[in-house]
Design a protein around this ligand. Sequence first.
Ligand code: ZN
Ligand code: ZN
Length: 702
Amino acid sequence: MRRFIHLHLHKLSRPTFSPRFHLKHTAAAASFSSVQSPLDHKPQNQTSYIGPNSNTDFINHLCKNNKYEEAISVLCEQMRLKDAIKLLHFHNRPSASTYSSLLKLCLKQRALLEAKTVHKHFGLSGFVPGVFLLNRLLSVYCECGSLVDARNLFDGITERDVCSWNLLISGYVKDGSLQEARKLFDLMPERDNFSWNAMISGYVRHDKPQEALKLYGEIQIHDHLKCSKFIVSSALAAASSIRSVKIGKEIHAHIIRTGLDSDSAVWSALCDIYGKCGSIYEARHIFDQTTDKDIVSWTAMIDRYLEDGKRKEGFAMFSDLLRTQTIKPNEFTFSGILNTCANQNLESVGKEVHGYMIRVGVDPSSYAASTLVHMYSRCGNIESARNAFELLLNPCLVSWTSLINGYSQHGQHEEALRLFGLMLESGTRPDHITFVGVLSACTHGGLVEKGLDYFYSIEKHGLTQTVDHYACVVDLLSRNGRFEEVENMIKRMPMKPDKFLWASLLSGCRTHGNLQLAKRAAEELLELEPENGATYVTLSNLYASAGKWSEVENLRKVMDERRVKKKPGLSWIEIKRKVHVFQMGDLSHQRRDEIHGYIEKISRKMREEGYSPRTDYVLQDVEEEQKEENLFYHSEKLAIAFGIISTPEGTPLKVFKNLRTCVDCHKAIKLISKIAERKIIMRDSKRFHCFTNGSCSCNDYW
Ligand code: ZN
Ligand code: ZN
């Protein structure tokens, strides 16, 4: 189950900047570097002030006529900040508006050095800036995180206004220096909405919700101050993070009193707190009453449902949204839905959403499109995942990792490792989840030495090996029977092995019949999770195949004493958008007679192909014939039989199982794929198996 859990945690994070911006940015940087500096290198005939670029002649013409003011303004318009700053050195008396445009550009480009040059130039040219310009300079310093410069500047401003105070407070908040920010806040001669919100939202952002709520309480006392929508939203976020519906309701009452309840941002915050604190119906109630719903509120409400596990409601709302015609879903709406499809393996819904995205023309290189890669990989449709991936201009780490993991689980370990190489070449840095994918590719491919190399290379990428990586390597080694190395590895690892590691070891021991080490792994596992029936079953199977029936009996007694229940094996298959779930020996399905009839028919053919059931993996100490019987009614076989009788010939089938599939089923399904001429994809708790024409993509490693 572990790989899937990891991918689940690897939820796509929202992008901080668009790839396009990145492209533009680097292109601009390249053009700057080709510009000659008039300071380092004086042109011989003084005709050229600025290096080659379009408009160069025009700017040089302006400079020759001492029209620096105009030249700088043209350069500012073209966002050529560095060139404009160079001209500043020739200009003795720039006007306030020239300084202003330069600083505006500095702020936009977060150019600290250039801003400092402008700052120095004030002194050189004898210009005395007003508080407006100084505030702009202050905001560049704060934006660039240069708080020492900001503080020095602030201390030197004689006529500070409320904006100067607010800028520095926000600067400190952004930097995480909340104490400094609060000192200034308390010292301020007068505060406005912005000051209050800077402080309150700062507390929320830095995980100090109680402080935020205390300050919010103070505003109520200064009731001459009207609360802004930003302040109430921050206060709601604070209440939401401590999960207090009671405080949330108080703030809600205050919002209604001040008439802010019609605002969609405030609504989103309200919906958030009611949704998170378990009152999703209240959230929906507020949503329905909001008159100016926008896509943000729609997306928030849909996400609330999905996060709350209310998939049906979430999808229904998404359909409602599409029906409104006036409001269009955005990238975040799509990615929320697609992530849910990914986590719940709902490929058919995911495909529909994908189709819709194509129809409305969502940019195939966008963030929403990268969630398609994740969705298709998780649903086991590696071809479509690859197609979506190919369309991304700058695949992000999550897209690379999704695809690498996808290939790895599909037994295409070579492709997974090739992609990893390409990812490194592209300059994308792997994270620890990428390495889980890489290591499990090696495990599934049986590539022991390569896997060990990757394991030791983790540190070269600036990461440290986590317990997950150790578990992967233990898996790799124990599948290949290298138990001595496993034991050394466990001794050496700096953290305590987790249950996944012991479980991998246990199943390796089962494959290689290492009863002694299996016992130890099982004991450790039972220490960690005494209620997990799977451990007892595995150990008991091991004893059974060694013929140690008395040990099997003892184990069963322990299980009874501890009231351990075996986790029932479940398999499910989606036919015509309906999910059918099967349990071992399931007699409840309405088409059970046809299913059982088919199983009888195909098992006869399988025997003709030389199949004999692997009965040593059956827990019970029963007669051979009955064992065989049980094997034939394992849940995945039932699901596959049902799939075959309810779909046209040749249709590929996709089956999911909550546990690891057993050796017998694996062998049987290989034959079924050949006899029934079907491609069968099965995802068990470990990986994807793709069965075609008598063999499986995992090469019998799983
Ligand atoms: Zn089975
Ligand atoms: Zn397989």
